[in-house]
Write a protein that binds this ligand. Structure first.
Ligand SMILES: Nc1ncnc2c1ncn2[C@@H]1O[C@H](COP(=O)(O)OP(=O)(O)O)[C@@H](O)[C@H]1O
Ligand SMILES: [Mg+2]
Length: 504
């Protein structure tokens, strides 16, 4: 059939078992030339196993692979690479003491007549590859150990390129990259695609996958549950297929008691936004704030936290009465915590360690005689690691090196450490993988059950409806009266978000 002729790569009925774990169950998939094919699935779905089989690093129990219509059976990664399939591993596999050029040609050195390595030829090819990837600034002679993680990754890609790869596999390539390096990598991937290379792109970050890929396959519990063109599927549907439950089922609701009023906001007007905001917030409550981007939700949280000034109106806090001229420092002392929308800009100090970030809001509990007690700080950090399931090497690791989901968990950990009574969350699940999203919802439910009060700003209506007790809608700086979620629908919220308002 023309379909099979056109496909670059075909996997048929691949199965793999590790002891008691059936990691893959009869997976089949096809990849087209010049395509970025996303392999999507939760942690443990079998993505890496499938890719390692393809790259010759693992032997399948059953099944077959065809590359351009011919059976492909590699005995090990080196043979797979020579056959045209290269994998960029999660943990990089370069020889740190060798140069960029030496690494790129490791195992495939062009030979001169008497078996010597042709260094001139090698350098030329390496330069060409780096230029093609848009990174001529990397010198072929630099030892790899002196390069940043993102440049090392480029060397790996360069290695695939000089080996004339037809298929390049990226397994979670951005988990230790910054946003800027991720963008650069995406440019590299686009160039490879335009050259006709087939890319297999593995990630559990959906926003990222949909940005770079054109086709997809979804794995769940070792099975391929869906394939197709990304432009034909909605994000909600992908999530549903990944987790095997509907989006509604992702929100575990916990019984909780709504208590006394802890915050009263009365006709609050800020400098510009907000225009007019009134509501009461109670203990044990999650108040959802919907609205379009730019409607003033972030400004409302900033004003309540003391980052932006109050123009008119009243804010009263239980135990403190009416508060005026509040600074963020005072807000923290009064038990208000903020998780800001832009965790990189203002939420986290990305060049400090996880331990420092986590304990910044309250040095007292980890100090002895006025000095930070390193041991206490590390212990406290490790406790948070466990609670929030942060994936990091160690407490001293710099926050900027972590993935988005893990950075967000550190930002949340800071709020937990602060033990705030009123928690302001601005888009807490944006840019976070699905598994971490569910953990964040669980954490919010737990906080509310412990009697904390939460304001939850989100642009994603299913999660607002799934998690909040009441929802109010911001529209051009004005907040609607909060309503119980049971009384609201997505349509009604959207109507409130875009409706023209009468003059005040
Ligand atoms: N070498 C191994 N030994 C035992 N179990 C493994 C091994 N590699 C993977 N697994 C298991 O196989 C399943 C799929 O893992 P993996 O392919 O790494 O998933 P993913 O990459 O989608 O997160 C998991 O349950 C994992 O624990
Ligand atoms: Mg994996």
């Amino acid at each position: 059939m023309s379909e099979s002729l056109a496909s670059r790569l075909q996997l048929e009925n691949i199965s793999k078992r590790f002891g008691a774990t059936q990691a893959l169950k009869g997976v089949s998939l096809k990849v087209l030339p010049g395509s970025v094919h996303a392999v999507i699935g939760e942690n443990g779905a079998g993505k890496s196993t499938l890719m390692k089989i393809l790259a010759g690093a693992l032997k399948p129990d059953t099944g077959s692979i065809k590359l351009e219509g011919n059976p492909f059976q590699a005995q090990g990664p080196a043979e797979a690479r020579q056959g045209g399939i290269s994998m960029i591993y999660q943990e990089l596999t370069l020889a740190p003491d060798l140069s960029v050029a030496e690494n790129m040609f490791l195992g495939i050195e062009p030979k001169l007549l008497f078996g010597c390595v042709d260094r001139g030829q090698q350098r030329k090819k390496v330069k060409e590859a780096l230029a093609f990837l848009g990174h001529s600034e990397i010198s072929p002679d630099t030892p790899v150990s002196q390069l940043s993680i993102s440049s090392q990754q480029l060397v790996e890609v360069g290695r695939a390129l000089v080996g004339e790869a037809k298929v390049i596999i990226f397994d979670e390539p951005t988990s230790s990259l910054t946003r800027i390096d991720t963008q650069k990598l995406f440019e590299v991937i686009a160039r490879l695609r335009d050259r006709g290379v087939s890319i297999l792109y593995i990630s559990h970050f959906l926003e990222e996958v949909t940005e770079i890929s054109d086709h997809y396959s979804i794995l769940r519990d070792g099975e391929a549950v869906a394939h197709g063109n990304l432009k034909d599927i909605q994000l909600d549907k992908i999530i549903e297929l990944m987790v095997g439950r509907s989006v509604e089922e992702m929100f575990p609701r916990r019984e909780r008691e709504i208590g006394e009023v802890v915050l009263t906001v009365d006709h609050l007007v800020g400098d510009g936004y907000p225009q007019d905001v009134s509501f009461e917030l109670r203990r044990g409550e999650i108040l959802g704030i919907a609205g379009l981007v730019g409607s003033g939700r972030t400004e409302m949280l900033r004003t309540l936290f003391g980052l932006d000034s109050v123009w008119s109106g009243k804010v009263s806090l239980k135990g403190h009465g009416e508060i005026q001229g509040q600074s963020p420092q005072m807000a923290i002392q009064r038990g208000i915590g903020l998780l800001s929308e832009d965790r990189k800009e203002e939420g986290l100090l990305t060049n400090l360690s996880i331990a420092d970030n986590l304990t910044l809001s309250d040095y007292k509990s980890i100090s002895s005689w006025g000095w930070v007690d390193e041991k206490k700080q590390i212990q406290s950090t490790q406790r948070r690691f466990k609670e929030l399931r942060v994936k990091a090497r160690e407490p001293r690791q710099v926050v900027g090196d972590l993935s988005g989901g893990n950075q967000q968990k550190v930002a949340i950990g800071r709020l937990v450490h602060q033990d705030a009574d009123i928690v302001l969350l601005d888009e807490p699940t944006r840019g976070v993988d699905v598994g971490s999203k569910v953990q964040i919802y669980e954490w919010m439910g737990e906080l509310a059950a412990r009697g904390k009060a939460i304001i939850f700003v989100s642009s994603y209506l299913p999660e607002l409806l799934g998690v909040a007790d009441r929802i109010a809608v911001m529209n051009r700086g004005r907040l609607s009266t909060p309503q119980a979620v049971e009384e609201l629908t997505e349509e009604e919220i959207l109507r409130l978000a875009v409706m023209e308002q009468e003059a005040h």
